[in-house]
Design a protein around this ligand. Structure first.
Ligand code: ADP
Ligand code: ADP
Ligand code: ZN
Length: 210
């Protein structure tokens, strides 16, 4: 059983790498951000409660996130492990996860703050298959057409603007980065330089997982 946590600031490349690691390992990707956006779109009670925090660039309360994860791990595809993308983001979330399943690897993708705004503000993704692109660093090969599925509409996230990114980076430094020590003390923490070509980062992550 392998359970991986992809850790890092907003825009570090967690989602981009998660898709590739899923292709190599077969571990299902669990993105709390994607789950919350789906809940907001559907207008579920979770979505209604989470939206105000997401719009403000603040973390959604731990109880909401932990309930989502408790439900997700019950699904049959979770039996051989999962790859968590953007979860846990606080020490209480990490403590809750430790009671649910054993985390075997934490992959910390490190990107300096100075690069984050440009990464986030240039991000767009496919509304059909979820593939993530960037205006400058990873554009679609044909403008307006998703490379992966060829059919989805390409969209920007409402919270991917400069003001909200600064809030999200603040939340990362204050509430999420303390988790690095928490995991480092448990000997499962791998630091990866995320300020390089996407393929090189994937190779290093796969090495760390061996
Ligand atoms: P996260 O899931 O950590 O928020 P994403 O995977 O969505 O990050 O990446 C944020 C943006 O940066 C996307 O537009 C993506 O295409 C781009 N990106 C991802 N990895 C890199 C990289 N190594 N170099 C440059 N841009 C990248
Ligand atoms: P990014 O990696 O670009 O920050 P995500 O898609 O992971 O974006 O998260 C988007 C928003 O969803 C966050 O700003 C936060 O409001 C909320 N969110 C996602 N995951 C969590 C989590 N584990 N704990 C609290 N809030 C979360
Ligand atoms: Zn697509």
């Amino acid at each position: 059983m392998t359970s991986i946590v992809l850790f890092g600031p907003p825009g570090a490349g967690k989602g981009t790498q998660a898709t590739r690691i899923t292709q190599s390992t077969g571990l299902p990707q669990v993105s709390t951000g994607d789950m919350l956006r789906a809940a907001v779109k559907k207008g579920t009670p979770t979505g209604i409660a989470a939206k105000q925090f997401m719009d403000a660039g603040q973390l959604v309360p731990d109880s909401i996130i932990i309930d989502l994860i408790k439900e997700r791990v019950k699904e049959p595809d979770a039996a051989n492990g999962l790859m968590f993308d953007g979860f846990p983001r606080t020490v209480p979330q990490a403590e809750a996860l430790a009671n649910i399943t054993e985390v075997t690897h934490v992959i910390a993708i490190e990107v300096p703050d100075s690069k984050i705004v440009e990464r986030i503000c240039g991000r767009y993704s496919c509304s059909s298959c979820g593939a993530v692109f960037h205006d400058k660093f990873n554009p679609t090969s044909t403008k307006g057409i998703c490379d992966e599925c060829g059919s989805g509409e390409l969209k920007r996230r409402a919270d991917d603007n400069e003001t909200t990114v600064k809030q999200r980076l603040n939340a990362y430094h204050q509430q999420t980065s303390p988790l690095a020590d928490w995991y480092e003390n448990r000997g499962i923490f791998h630091r990866i330089d995320g300020d390089r070509e996407i393929d090189n980062i994937t190779q290093d992550i796969l090495l760390a997982l061996k």
